[in-house]
Design a protein around this ligand. Sequence first.
Ligand code: ATP
Ligand code: MG
Length: 395
Amino acid sequence: MDPIHNPFSPGAGTPPPELAGRDELREAVRIAIERVRRGLPTKSVLMVGLRGVGKTVLLDRMRDDAEDSGIHTIRIEAPEGRSLPALLAPQLRQALLRLSRNEQAKDGAKRALRALAGFAKSLKLKYADIEVGLDFDPEPGLADNGDLEHDLQALLETAGAAAQKAGTALVIFIDELQYVQESELAALITAMHRCAQRRVPVMLVGAGLPQLRGRMGNAKSYAERLFDFPELGPLPKPAARIAIAKPVEHQGAQIAQEAVERIVAETKGYPYFLQEWGKHAWDAASASPIRVDDVASATSAAIAALDESFFRVRFDRLTPAEKKYLRAMAELGPGPHRSGSIAECLGREVTSLGPTRNKLIAKGMIWSPNHGDTAFTVPLFDEFMRRIMPGEDWR
Ligand SMILES: Nc1ncnc2c1ncn2[C@@H]1O[C@H](COP(=O)(O)OP(=O)(O)OP(=O)(O)O)[C@@H](O)[C@H]1O
Ligand SMILES: [Mg+2]
């Protein structure tokens, strides 16, 4: 059918035509934010899930929801190798400048901008990547100790106090939170804890790979009590059906029930894959309704597209040793696998593979669901590895 009208949208962070199966979590976060605004005890929310399950698009939708109800938000994405203070400072400045246009919050926002000036100046030595415009002079003693844990706490508390004056809240949305250094996570946790204790309306809504939960616990042992960690997974069947059928119908076309079921089965309900299969099934069909045969003939195109984008971007960032490690994992199946079995497959000692495994965890390629277990963070990555490194040559 006409590709111009194709509604599906595979792509990292690309909003889907129908955000299926996430209403409950959206509502839970909406309630949490409204509670924070009112000074009621609430946990911050950190969503965890594998690659391509829809963390980013959900985070963005939650942010839109919050902005629509007058909440002040900050949105950052933690790439590898940038410091949290450097990411936070310019975004916080923007939020505070917006807040300073509110009559009730004006003075509070100015004070928070002073805190930001102190914060940026005193931490510049330790975090050379901090670049932020300074609108006011620092206030001596306010967020300017040069110690991130202390200063971030003071900064967010001051910013939250300004939001409170305007009857709103400050909600910080952070994507890819697993890439933030543990010491910086610790400072963030302390700051959120402090704001919660003081009933200052500041909240964190984060998203990350499954290793985030453990990293938070390592950073501060009490993190597990302070945050909710909802798990995002593949969509349950009814939601996966809706994710496919609704966008088609919305374009005035139809898709056969059998075709929907076939897509749901092929994709195992993973959102990224649903978009890719939906897109190719639409393109493969010559007329509405899309039939199961169209899905069947779309499958190889969908897999090829995934290989070239979704899987490939990850694969290309790997060293030869890392590729070999993942290929050995793939040989054993979808996983999780014991470190011992992977080592055996490679004919190596477990300890000698430790550095490779740690690098793969740091890159976000694998994680450890339990001590000694290793699992892919990318769904169906085992199948991809066997496709891209076929045969026995890798050994
Ligand atoms: N609930 C959903 N229903 C249908 N499609 C969805 C849903 N959530 C996400 N998608 C689609 O899945 C794809 C991946 O979404 P997104 O980039 O948000 O995933 P992610 O979890 O952030 O992945 P990564 O870990 O790689 O950053 C996008 O094409 C998006 O449109
Ligand atoms: Mg994402």
